[in-house]
Design a protein around this ligand. Structure first.
Ligand code: GLP
Length: 244
């Protein structure tokens, strides 16, 4: 689905999420959202905040699970995805604090594996992800599932691709400051979502968007796995669609 403007993408995707939240509430159930960070979803979060403030969209029946976090990373660091989510969304809506789940960048190495297994269990206990929101990295990664991530991968500690670290260098004031690793949901965790919405905005995403949508499915470009999902959708602006 391609829109002329990024604002239309934001409104459409926020509308989809709002509809899910309202339907689930009507049925006395929770809406379970998989959320992403990066610059791309910020407009969707802004629109969700507007729906909360102006239309009273209620988040008390919403559970969230974020895709990833740098490791190691303190949650109050300016680089932290924990902090990003609170600043760009959670502080501005009425979601109960205990409903928010974000990978923890402070878990010691010896405990990371158990922590990741626990994250998978929590997603399952919540009933699985209703909608997983995704952005796409230049390597074609989803979450931090870099090239080589297997279809069966679950939440785990991974090494970041040099391209990804280069792209993050600006925010970290130098590539050498970008963490070498991250905790990310796996490809399988993402593929288990009942619906997947991939966002891509801007000309700089046009090449990888084309590859993800049109090229053969390969673990060298993990976003190509989405082609195999029964209910996945790319929602993009005209600039990102320019090479399709
Ligand atoms: C990071 C995140 C991804 C995100 C990507 C693109 O690597 N882990 O989830 O999709 O950046 O970020 P942006 O939306 O800023 O282009």
């Amino acid at each position: 689905l391609a829109f002329e403007l990024s604002e239309e993408v934001d409104r459409y995707v926020a509308g989809q999420i709002a509809t899910l939240i309202r339907e689930k509430k009507g049925a006395g159930q929770n809406a379970v959202l998989g959320l992403a960070t990066g610059s791309t979803p910020i407009g969707v979060y802004r629109e969700l905040i507007r729906l909360h403030e102006e239309e009273g969209l209620d988040f008390t029946n919403v559970l969230t699970f974020n895709l990833d976090e740098y490791w190691p990373m303190e949650p109050d660091s300016i680089h932290s995805y924990n902090r990003f989510m609170w600043e760009n969304l959670f502080h501005h809506i009425n979601i109960p604090k205990e409903n928010v789940h974000i990978p923890d960048g402070t878990v010691p190495l010896a405990k990371v594996e158990a922590w990741c297994d626990d994250y998978e269990r929590k997603i399952q206990e919540a009933g699985g992800l209703d909608i997983q929101l995704l952005g796409i990295g230049r390597t074609g990664h989803i979450g931090f599932n870099e090239p080589g991530s297997s279809r069966n991968s679950t939440t785990r500690l991974v090494a970041l691709d040099p391209k990804t670290r280069k792209d993050a260098a600006g925010e970290f004031y130098g590539e050498e400051n970008v963490p070498m690793q991250a905790v990310t949901m796996g490809v399988n965790t993402i593929m288990n979502a009942r619906q997947i919405i991939m966002l891509a905005l801007g000309e700089h995403k046009s090449k990888i968007t084309r590859i993800a949508v049109e090229d053969e499915v390969t673990d060298q470009v993990p976003s190509t796995f989405l082609q195999k999902h029964p209910n996945s959708m790319f929602v993009i602006d005209s600039a990102a669609a320019s090479q399709l």
